[in-house]
Design a protein around this ligand. Structure first.
Ligand code: SF4
Ligand code: SF4
Length: 209
């Protein structure tokens, strides 16, 4: 091939390459993409997806069912009994609340997202959310605390229960003493008098005659 022919062939080939490349590019502009621009765009999470847990503590009755069901023991619940003079209200499912919950922690770093804690909850207050971005540099930040009690409220609840228990113990002791000292009790407690023993009939000596 002469030099002039090679020159024009190279020009033709370059233009053809650009046109083919641009045709593919333009075709993809109108093709639906298979990827998304994460994190600007996020995928829709399936309805039953298992992600970060959340506890609506206002609906929790402290029954411990979720913690018992957890296979890796990553739920820690502490409760304090309420005294009869305190009304803790009811849950949205109309269950009466009888326990304070000073501690409800979930160590999400240990969680295996099995969902076993969600199903036994009688008030449906522990749920899987659609939050899946919760990476942390410090592991301690992966322990989520859901209790909303302040230190003062916890101390007050403990003191009230302690006082109530003392009062109940004192009442019980007083009642026991009263029962012991009551006349009926003393009658029943007096020794039982045995019935008189009849004298034995005289023995008749046989005649030695
Ligand atoms: S999802 Fe499973 S591992 Fe995680 S807290 Fe609930 S029961 Fe425990
Ligand atoms: S099962 Fe539900 S109500 Fe019971 S302690 Fe767990 S979150 Fe609270």
């Amino acid at each position: 091939m002469s030099a002039i022919k090679t020159y024009f062939y190279n020009i033709y080939h370059s233009l053809l390459t650009v046109i083919v490349g641009m045709r593919i590019t333009i075709k993809h502009i109108f093709t639906r993409s298979a990827t998304i621009q994460y994190p600007t765009v996020k995928m829709k999470i399936p309805e039953r997806g298992r992600n970060r847990l959340f506890v609506n503590i206002d609906d929790c009755i402290g029954c411990d069912q979720c913690a018992i069901a957890c296979p890796v023991d990553c739920i820690t619940i502490e409760t304090i009994k309420s005294t009869p003079d305190m009304d803790l209200g009811i849950t949205s499912k109309k269950t009466k609340k009888r326990l304070y919950i000073p501690c409800f922690d979930i160590d999400i770093a240990k969680c295996c997202y099995c969902g076993l804690c969600v199903w036994p909850c009688p008030t449906e207050c522990i749920v899987m959310t659609d939050v899946y971005e919760f990476a942390e540099y410090d592991r301690q930040n992966l322990i989520y605390s859901f209790s909303n009690m302040t230190t003062e409220e916890i101390t007050a609840a403990q003191d009230r229960l302690e006082k109530y228990n003392e009062e109940q113990a004192a009442k019980k002791a007083a009642a026991t003493v009263a029962v012991k000292e009551s006349p009926a009790s003393s009658t029943s407690a007096s020794p039982v008098t045995p019935p008189p023993i009849k004298p034995a009939p005289p023995t008749v000596e046989p005649n030695q005659g």
